[in-house]
Design a protein around this ligand. Sequence first.
Ligand code: HH2
Length: 270
Amino acid sequence: MRFGSSTGREDAMRVAVMGIVNVTPDSFSDGGRYFEREAAIAHGLELVSEGATIVDVGGESTRPGALEVPEDEELRRVIPVVEALSGAARVSIDTRKPAVARAAVRAGATIVNDVTGQLGPVAADCGAAWVAMHSQGDPQTMQLAPRYTDVVGEVAGYLEERLEIAARYGVGEVYLDPGIGFGKTVEHNLQLLANLDRIVSLGAPVLIGLSRKSFLAQLSPAGRAGAPLDREDQTLGANILAIMAGARVVRVHEVRPLRQFLGLLEAMRK
Ligand code: HH2
């Protein structure tokens, strides 16, 4: 990592903040808060006013153990929110379902945020950008027994294959995401963060999604950060490390602290 180097600071200038809008009753940190359509739209607009340049709209939780949401219900949750927010910012659709991705792009989304890593052809077909994320297993099973011989090498290899798929199908804009917390132990997540430059070196912009995730709580002194909403300090610290290692898009629940940090970097550069 190039902590404090001028290259690191210049890199940070180009970081996009992706604000999370979970239109779900059961997301791990804010389930139910933005489940009502009007609340979700208002929250998305608030994130944009705080400096998010992308809003990531999702209608199905992918927390460990989460159950799949039927397609018609997921569409009902996300499409009106995508329509309402697409005039205010770039919208990404966080889904595992091709039909939801396609409908969201018709409604104004320009990014398919794909935690399955399988929707490259769909993104290409819709003319959307593709966030290709690594996961070991699906949400039902992924945290039962994550296993790797070389987590960094295996995730990098998988993401490199996504670049080949993107080229084969003609996806014009690709982001690579190591998938923090998706089929990974605390140790796996730490190894990926410590070696993020390896993923960055693949050449496509890297997206990092670690906001409020449980590995952050496990690193905190007992009793200080048990609940997801109490993990904002750890989230900011870990996101700063990721940015200094070259991450280009940072997916967060709270936009303001990260924007303040990016403003500081900009001021230091001037
Ligand atoms: N993490 C979550 C959801 N979508 N997408 C990408 N690209 N990367 C991530 O790390 C990622 C993601 C999980 O966070 P959240 O949306 O807050 O929770 P839930 O899945 O419970 O709705």
